[in-house]
Design a binder for this molecule. Structure first.
Ligand SMILES: Nc1ncnc2c1ncn2[C@@H]1O[C@H](COP(=O)(O)OP(=O)(O)O)[C@@H](O)[C@H]1O
Ligand SMILES: [Mg+2]
Length: 252
């Protein structure tokens, strides 16, 4: 069933061991937006993000209840391999395959998912993804170079190219700029805003200023609870909850 929302989360609760890490989260993420999840360290942001692509399936101590839909599809009713195709992920630290070439880092997903018939088609996908990630101009002359030779900012853009080469519906990003310098952070933030034309971006940040700069909608998570969610401008200028106001002013 098609949905107006890229992601819908209904009554999501997550327990890790004996700890209730998320409590009854309800969220709707509109398509082609940058949706930020902000909150202090330890509030449950990464846990929430990881539930969208079911990374928790690999951890027996993590108990997940509730429902999550991606583009109208219940994530529990789809093959995990297929889910990873429609939901891409970029992590805190750039994690390209360091010994593989730039080309192969981007080509590996389309290869595994058999998204092309001829080599020329694969070349096109790689070029398209590297252009979307604003890396193409810097690497086009030597795509055989090892990924480890790139700078941190370039490696993170390579990880974005690798994720979007599969043309996912949703791109999850967990504090993607936290290991980058100011200049690389600014470039990546501009890149993220551009990417929403093609994808829906869900980005975790512990930095309210970053959420204010790049997101259309923002959810504020505190101690495992969704305190407030809404259009970013409203949440920052007229927060409904005192805790949100304190957080955006840097007081919690
Ligand atoms: N694998 C794990 N095992 C035990 N506790 C965990 C695990 N992952 C997260 N937690 C706990 O869940 C809470 C939320 O963590 P997390 O989602 O990483 O927060 P955030 O991303 O907002 O910093 C923390 O108290 C953390 O200690
Ligand atoms: Mg985190």
């Amino acid at each position: 069933m098609k949905s107006d929302y890229a992601v819908v989360i209904n009554s999501l609760s997550i327990k890790i061991g004996n700890k209730q890490v998320l409590k009854n989260i309800n969220l709707k993420i509109p398509k082609n937006t940058v949706f930020a999840i902000m909150g202090p360290s330890g509030s449950g942001k990464s846990t929430l993000l990881r539930s969208i692509n079911k990374l928790w399936d690999l951890y027996p101590e993590v108990k997940v209840s509730g429902e999550i839909y991606v583009d109208g599809i219940n994530v529990n009713e789809i093959d995990p391999h297929e889910l990873r195709k429609i939901v891409g992920m970029v992590f805190q630290r750039p994690n390209p395959f360091p010994h593989m070439s730039i080309y192969d880092n981007v080509a590996i997903g389309p290869k595994l998912h058999k998204l092309y018939k001829k080599k020329e088609e694969l070349d096109k996908i790689v070029e398209w993804a590297l252009k979307k990630a604003y890396l193409w101009d810097e690497v086009k002359d030597d795509l055989k170079r090892k990924a480890s030779k790139l700078s941190g900012g370039q490696q993170q853009r390579l990880c974005i190219a690798r994720a979007i080469a599969l043309k996912p519906k949703v791109l999850l990003m967990d504090e993607p700029t936290s290991a980058l310098d100011i200049v690389s952070t600014k470039r990546l933030e501009e890149n993220i805003v551009e990417l929403k034309k093609d994808f829906t971006i869900v980005i975790v940040t512990h930095n309210p200023q970053q959420a204010a700069r790049i997101s259309d909608y923002v959810a504020f998570i505190y101690n495992g609870e969704l305190i407030e969610v809404g259009p970013t401008k409203e949440v920052f200028t007229r927060p409904k909850h005192e805790l949100t106001e304190k957080y955006v002013l840097g007081k919690v």
